[in-house]
Design a protein. Structure first.
Length: 394
């Protein structure tokens, strides 16, 4: 059953082409912006270490306060009451092709996880040729351990190369699962997947995991934008993406933010909306793609709300809008970072423009992801093996 409490909200945001993450069942306490305050001085406080190549962190929204940390090789660990549990929640290393941009890349919990115990993962598999797998699993009788034999494969997408796999999955308050897919890899999008609506690559997908369509393990939402086009895949919500490694939804406004990793010149932050074309490989960020389309036609393309060049970083890591209450001056800021330069920024967007985009912190960490707990406080994942919580420096 859909989250009825959000029905009116969903109708409103669907009319705007937006979607959002489900409000956490454990709390409804969200900060709202009355005025933009000067950015605070922050610090990163260690939450857990001794991890192996962590790439994602999230909560289950079930009131347990647990954090689930994805390790790239195919393991999910639980941080519970400030301690890393010795037994993994989930271990599918034997199924996963890991290394580079491949591996177990994210986990998402069903909006009714507390009742049904269903969760979903995105991983790359070598079996029968390299491909992305989105699968459903169930928890076991022990809520801290998954039943890894319960796999139901929902969707597979062939990968022609080993990079640009995307990897993020997340639910919206509409109950649908959103899947970020990269263009399939190599340089310059050689197969032109980004501008091809007949492939699932280079796109943001939106599917219904509570229904099954004809010959499918999932349903197609009626309001997906391309359901009536014979030349388009109905799963597509938006397209023209290169590698949307990390995306998230502002639980207060419904805005979907994505960090789309660039090629050689620009890294970009997009607000992803229904049916829109974000330009790759015609454009890279706000410029025509060098070496591909030095003079391009931007007609019909949606530009990023922010982008930056190689003087600022080399691989954008999409983050979260801060909606916690510990740091009031961060309220409403979209926090994101860069893997290479190890910097973090805070961006304020009020449609149709960005009104602030400032450096928040110069870290020493290889930032691989961001995440939030049940109180919407933001965490930073260091690929070297640690997770940190953002705190205000006193």
């Amino acid at each position: 059953m859909r989250l009825l409490l959000f029905a009116l909200f969903i109708v409103l945001i669907s009319q705007q082409g937006l979607s959002a993450e489900p409000q956490n069942t454990a709390t409804t306490k969200l900060c709202g912006v009355k005025e933009i305050l000067p950015l605070p001085i922050i610090k990163l406080e260690i939450a857990v270490k001794e991890l192996k190549d962590p790439v994602h962190i999230t909560n289950a929204g079930d009131g347990s306060k647990r954090l689930f940390i994805v390790e790239q090789a195919g393991v999910v660990r639980i941080l519970k009451d400030g301690k890393l549990l010795p037994v993994p929640f989930f271990d599918i290393k034997k199924k996963v092709k890991s290394g580079g941009e491949m591996g177990l890349l994210s986990i998402a919990f069903h909006p009714e996880f507390a009742e049904n115990g269903r969760f979903f993962v995105n991983y790359t598999s070598p079996k029968g040729g390299l491909h992305t797998v989105v699968s459903e699993f169930q928890i076991s009788k022990n809520p801290d351990i998954a039943d890894k034999k319960s796999e139901r494969v929902i969707l597979t997408v062939g990968q022609p190369f080993t990079n640009h796999n995307g990897g993020q999955i997340a639910f919206g308050p509409d109950g649908y699962l959103y899947i970020g897919m990269g263009d399939g890899g190599s340089a310059n999008d050689p197969h032109s997947h980004g501008q091809n609506l007949s492939t699932l690559l280079g796109a943001m997908l939106r599917i219904d995991v509570d229904k099954k369509g004809a010959g499918l393990e999932y349903g197609i939402p009626d309001d997906n934008p391309f359901t009536t086009r014979a030349d388009a895949r109905p799963e597509i919500w938006a397209y023209g993406l290169r590698n949307p490694w990390r995306f998230s939804f502002d639980p207060l406004t419904g805005v979907l933010y994505a960090g789309d990793v660039g090629q050689g010149d620009r890294e970009e932050i997009d607000i992803v909306e229904r049916g829109k074309n974000y330009g790759w490989n015609i454009m890279e960020g706000s410029i025509c793609t060098p070496g591909v389309n030095p003079k391009c036609d931007m007609t019909g393309l949606t530009l990023p709300i922010a982008d930056y060049g190689r003087d600022e970083g080399i691989s954008v890591i999409g983050g979260y809008v801060y909606r916690g209450t510990d740091i009031p001056a961060l309220c409403g800021s979209y926090i994101y970072g860069d893997w290479g330069s190890r910097r973090m920024w805070a961006l304020h967007h009020t449609s149709p423009r960005v009104i602030e985009n400032k450096l928040l912190l110069d870290t020493k960490f290889a930032i691989s992801s961001f995440g939030v707990d049940e109180d919407y406080e933001v965490f930073v994942v260091d690929y070297s093996g640690s997770v940190y919580k953002i705190r205000q420096k006193q």
